[in-house]
Design a protein around this ligand. Structure first.
Ligand code: FMN
Length: 198
C-alpha cells in the first residue's frame, strides 16, 4: 500500500472537496443503521403446537415471483430452532400504530413468555402453514424455507411466500424502519418518477 493511501485510511476525515462538506469516518459497527431496509416485521413460528413471534428487520427480497425473501435470524432466538425444524413461518407487516408492541416483542423471548398474550397480539390460523397470521398487521405472508444452505454460516434462510394476505381496511399503512437503538423512521411521502424498474 502506498504511503499516500495509508494516510487517507488513518485520517478521521476524508480529503476536502471544494464546495462539498467534509466526509467523516463512520464506525463499521454503525453501517447496518444506514442499510437496514425495513420495514420492521414480525415473524411467527409454531412448533409442537406452540406459537411464537419475534421482531425482524434484517430481510431482503430475492425474487419477484414466486416471492423469495432472505432473512437473518439469530441462532440465539427461540424462533430460530422452530423455523429450522418446521421450515415454516409467517412474516406479518405492522403499521406504525403497532410500533410499541413490535419493540416489546423484539425485546423478549418466547422461551420465557407467551408474547401474544403478554403484548396483546392476536394470532389467527394461516391457510398453508402452521405458524399463525397476526390479525393486527396489514399484511401477512405465509412462508416456507426453500434454501437453508447458508443457515450454518450466516443464519440466513431463503423463504418462499406461498400465500399472501392483505387487510383492505388498513389503507396507506405507514411502515416502520429500524435505525438502531430504539430509533425508527416512519414511512412517509410517496413520489412518482419515470422508471423502467418493475
Ligand atoms: C427493531 C428490532 C429488529 C430486530 N431484528 C432482528 C433480526 O432481523 N434478526 C434477528 O435475529 N433478531 C432481530 N431482533 C431481535 C429479536 O426480535 C429478539 O431477539 C427476539 O426477542 C427473539 O425472540 P424469540 O427468542 O422468541 O425468537 C430485532 C429486534 C428489534 C427490536
Amino acid at each position: 500500500m502506498s504511503a499516500c493511501i495509508r494516510r487517507t485510511l488513518d485520517k478521521e476525515v476524508h480529503a476536502v472537496t471544494p464546495g462539498l462538506s467534509i466526509m467523516r469516518k463512520l464506525a463499521l459497527s454503525e453501517v447496518y443503521q444506514l442499510l437496514e431496509p425495513g420495514p420492521v416485521v414480525l415473524l411467527t413460528t409454531a412448533r409442537a403446537g406452540r406459537a411464537n413471534v419475534m421482531t425482524m428487520s434484517w430481510h431482503m427480497m430475492v425474487d419477484f415471483e414466486p416471492p423469495l425473501i432472505a432473512c437473518v435470524i439469530s441462532s440465539n432466538n427461540y424462533s430460530f430452532a422452530a423455523l429450522r425444524r418446521t421450515g415454516e413461518c409467517v412474516i406479518a407487516i405492522p403499521a406504525v400504530g403497532l410500533a410499541d408492541k413490535v419493540v416489546k416483542v423484539g425485546n423478549a423471548s418466547g422461551r420465557d413468555l407467551n408474547k401474544f398474550a403478554a403484548f396483546g397480539i392476536t394470532p389467527r390460523p394461516a391457510a398453508r402453514v402452521a405458524a399463525p397470521l397476526i390479525a393486527e398487521c396489514f399484511a401477512n405472508l405465509e412462508c416456507r424455507a426453500v434454501d437453508t444452505r447458508m443457515v450454518n454460516k450466516y443464519n440466513l434462510f431463503i423463504l418462499k411466500v406461498v400465500q399472501a394476505w392483505r387487510d383492505p381496511a388498513q389503507k396507506d399503512p405507514q411502515t416502520i424502519h429500524h435505525r438502531g437503538y430504539g430509533a425508527f423512521a416512519v414511512d412517509g411521502e410517496t413520489i412518482n418518477l419515470p422508471s423502467k424498474m418493475r
